[in-house]
Ligand binder design. Structure first.
Ligand code: AMP
Ligand code: ZN
Length: 139
């Protein structure tokens, strides 16, 4: 299997590492969307969310929180942080080893999500909730 993030974790590929423990690694994104943009990855390979052990998901999120706190308390001005995770090609996933993007934000940094909010009725929202609840119980 050819996975650039597994190569980084194994020390076979270069990375600018921010944090490493037994379960997760955080390193700088090679093509940052904002200054300080980094990625948190589980060390155990999981191509996508459905393959990810929820325990590893918790560790990735906890490491993201820790790094976000460090970014906010660091020397560079950071006014906010976005977490972003792409699951599936249609969602923008390009590297098929789960990774949490951690994006330090400052006013006017040019980053933004495109999308126009819709205005569904309560009936539509209730219908959507009902369908998702049905999938949850049948899991
Ligand atoms: P995604 O579109 O969510 O799959 O994002 C993949 C991210 O991985 C992109 O932001 C890339 O810039 C980043 N990336 C790809 N290869 C490397 C690498 N060798 N080191 C650090 N970041 C990488
Ligand atoms: Zn991998």
């Amino acid at each position: 299997m050819n996975c650039i993030f597994c190569d980084i974790i194994a020390g076979r590929a270069d990375a600018s590492i921010v944090h490493e423990d037994d379960d997760v690694m955080a390193f700088m994104d090679i093509r940052p969307w904002t200054s300080g943009h980094l990625l948190v990855v589980p060390k155990r390979h999981a191509a996508n969310l459905s393959e990810l052990d929820p325990a590893d998901g918790e560790k990735v999120f906890a490491a993201g929180q820790k790094v976000a706190r460090a970014l906010r308390g660091g020397s560079a001005p950071v006014e906010g942080v976005n977490f972003f995770l792409a699951d599936g090609a249609v969602a923008g996933q390009e590297v098929f080893h789960v990774h949490l993007h951690v994006l330090p934000r400052t006013r006017g940094d040019g980053f933004g999500l495109r999308g126009v909010p819709r205005s569904p009725s309560r009936e539509d929202l209730d219908g959507a909730a009902e369908r998702i609840r049905a999938s949850l119980v049948s899991e």
